[in-house]
Design a protein around this ligand. Structure first.
Ligand code: ADP
Ligand code: MG
Length: 236
């Protein structure tokens, strides 16, 4: 196995607030890796630094064995896609138009066609609603669309920031199944979650963050079995 994502000593700040204090983490090719931690631990900041929508002040990030590109669109083109928090789909574009945004600058016509088929098989609901405006979809459908849009970029690694947030329990279960399915199809996953239990159940490895630092690391099974975890670090 080799690391698809390798982060070393990553630091970032908002003015005087040190949100990341030297985070090291890696995702092996084909893995689902979760990052867990209470509110304010630095999880979203970590993803923002990886996606280069926020500048790091120190540390290195390697993607597929090379320094990660410096511009967000170059990172997407290299194969690393973040499904945004709060499901920032375009309300005034249709489902189909939203998916087309995900395609970006891809030129592999056959691959694009295959990926449309793939997302419509994965999300039959989106096929039914392909001409519907994004803003008229339910919360769960909007989250599906955000994921489908990410898939249309043909990523090697997908990052999720709290994909289960605010969704009904039955949709949450479906969401985790879909993440597992995307992974089974060969895409590595970096998953930020508050729902530690569900995340650990599908994770190969997980990191626990607290105030900008990694405080625990283990396999999903190890951390699931540790019942001191949630009280100590997850704010439950
Ligand atoms: N835009 C911002 N401006 C100032 N401080 C921020 C901003 N976003 C996050 N922070 C602070 O950075 C720290 C980490 O936040 P964040 O990465 O959002 O944590 P998490 O996603 O784990 O809840 C927190 O102390 C938070 O208050
Ligand atoms: Mg967050």
């Amino acid at each position: 196995m080799s690391a698809i994502l390798k982060i070393d000593n990553l630091k970032a700040a908002y003015g005087g607030i040190h949100a990341l204090r030297g985070v090291s983490l890696q995702v092996e090719e084909g893995e689902i890796v979760s990052v867990l931690g209470a509110n304010g631990a630095g999880k979203s900041t970590l993803l923002k630094c990886i996606s280069a929508v926020m500048k790091r002040t120190d540390g290195t990030i390697e993607f597929m064995g090379k320094p990660i590109p410096s511009k967000p669109h170059e990172i997407v083109e290299a194969g690393l896609v973040q499904v945004p928090e709060a499901r920032q789909i375009f309300a005034k574009l249709t489902v189909m138009e939203n998916l087309r945004v995900g395609v970006g600058n891809r030129k592999d016509v056959e691959g694009i066609k295959r990926d449309y088929e793939r997302v419509f098989t994965m999300f039959p609901r989106l096929k039914e609603r392909e001409k519907q405006y994004g803003g008229l979809l339910s919360g769960g459908e909007q989250q599906m669309l955000a994921i489908a849009r990410g898939i249309m970029a043909n990523p090697k690694l997908m990052m999720f920031d709290e994909p289960s947030l605010g969704l009904a329990p039955v949709i949450v279960t479906q969401m985790f199944e879909i993440i597992k399915e995307i992974n089974d199809e060969g895409c590595s996953i970096l998953l930020v979650e508050q729902n530690a239990n569900k995340a650990l159940q599908i994770s190969d490895h997980a990191y626990i963050m607290q105030t900008g630092e990694v405080v625990r690391y283990g396999t999903g099974a190890e951390l699931l079995a540790d019942d001191t975890l949630s009280a100590a670090y997850l704010g439950n």
